[in-house]
Design a protein around this ligand. Structure first.
Ligand code: GUN
Length: 292
C-alpha cells in the first residue's frame, strides 16, 4: 500500500516557519507583510477559499484586507481597485479570486496587478520569468504540489513526470517547475490519445484535470508517486463528498506514495500564498527573504 503524503501536516509546518519569518521581519525591519484579496460576486466555494486565506494570513502575523465586490461590478471599477492596491505601499500581495463574473476579462485584470505584488504568479511577466528560468513569483498550487513530490521522493532529477491537465493555474506552471527539477515532462490533457499508456510510464503523476476519480490504479506504474490536485464535489450514498482526480481506493494499492483529498495539495496552496506574500514584501523592500 502507498505511503500517504500528509499535506495538512506539511502545510502546518510551513505556516509555522512563515510565522517565524514574519516575526523576524517585524522585529528587524519594522516590516509587516500584507495581503489584499479581492472577491467579485457570491460564488460559495470562492467565499470559503477567501475566508480561509484571510484567517491564515492573520494567523501568521501578516496584515489582511478583504475587498468584496458585488457580482455586477464593472471591469473598470475592478481595475481601478487593483490600481489603488498597486499604489498602496502597505499592500505587498494582491490576489483577485478566480473565476470572476463573465462580463470581466480575467486576463486584463491579472495583467493589471503589479508583477511585484502578483502573489498568484498569474501575470504574464511572472509566467514568462518562470518559463525562462528567472526569479519569479510562482503559482501556489504548482509550488505546493512540487514540494510534496520532493518530500515523498527526495530529488526529482531524471524522473518521468506526467502532468494531466494544461490549465494556466496548474498544468502549465507545474510542468515548468518539474522541468526546472530536471524531470522529463509530458503534459497530457483531455485530447491526448491513449492517456493510460502515457500515465503508465510516469514515476510521478500530477493529476489536475478536474474530473472526479478519473485516474485508476491500473493506469499507474507500480511504485509511482501520485500528486492529486483535483478537488471535486460528488454525491455518493446520498452524501456530499470531496474526491480528487484519482480513484484513491485503487491508486493507493499500486502507487508508492499518494496525496489524499482532502488533506493533500489543498492545504499547501494557501501556505504557498503566504510564503509568496513574504517573498514579495521582502523583494519590494530590498530585504533578503528569511528562511521558510
Ligand atoms: N481560484 C482557484 N484557484 C485559485 C488560485 O490559486 N488563485 C486565484 N486567484 N483564484 C483561484
Amino acid at each position: 500500500m502507498a505511503k500517504i503524503i500528509d499535506g495538512k501536516a506539511f502545510a502546518e509546518g510551513l505556516r509555522a516557519r512563515i510565522a517565524k519569518a514574519v516575526a523576524e521581519l517585524k522585529t528587524n525591519h519594522n516590516l509587516t507583510p500584507g495581503l489584499a484579496v479581492v472577491l467579485v460576486g457570491e460564488d460559495p466555494a470562492s467565499k470559503v477559499y477567501v475566508a480561509n486565506k484571510a484567517k491564515q494570513t492573520v494567523e501568521v502575523g501578516m496584515n489582511s484586507w478583504e475587498h468584496k465586490l458585488p457580482a455586477d461590478t464593472s471591469e473598470a471599477d475592478l481595475l481601478a481597485l487593483v490600481k489603488r492596491l498597486n499604489d498602496d505601499s502597505s499592500v505587498h500581495g494582491i490576489l483577485v479570486q478566480m473565476p470572476v463574473p463573465k462580463h470581466i476579462d480575467s486576463a486584463k485584470v491579472l495583467n493589471t496587478i503589479d508583477p511585484a505584488k502578483d502573489v498568484d504568479g498569474f501575470h504574464v511577466v511572472n509566467v514568462g520569468r518562470l518559463s525562462t528560468g528567472q526569479e519569479a513569483l510562482t503559482a501556489c498550487t504548482p509550488v505546493g504540489s512540487v514540494m510534496l513530490a520532493k518530500h515523498a521522493l527526495g530529488s526529482l532529477e531524471g524522473l518521468e513526470a506526467v502532468v494531466i491537465g494544461r490549465s494556466n493555474i496548474v498544468g502549465k506552471p507545474v510542468a515548468q517547475l518539474l522541468l526546472a527539477e530536471n524531470c522529463t515532462v509530458t503534459i497530457a490533457h483531455s485530447r491526448s490519445k491513449d492517456l493510460t499508456s502515457i500515465v503508465r510510464r510516469a514515476d510521478l503523476v500530477i493529476a489536475a484535470v478536474g474530473r472526479p476519480e478519473m485516474v485508476k490504479g491500473d493506469w499507474l506504474k507500480p511504485g509511482a508517486c501520485v500528486i492529486d490536485v483535483g478537488i471535486n464535489r460528488i454525491e455518493r450514498d446520498g452524501k456530499n463528498k470531496l474526491v480528487g482526480d484519482c480513484d484513491f481506493a485503487s491508486c493507493e494499492k499500486v502507487a508508492g506514495s499518494i496525496t489524499p483529498v482532502p488533506g493533500g495539495v489543498g492545504p499547501m496552496t494557501i501556505a504557498c500564498l503566504l510564503s509568496n506574500t513574504v517573498k514579495a514584501a521582502c523583494a519590494i523592500k530590498g530585504i533578503e527573504t528569511p528562511e521558510m
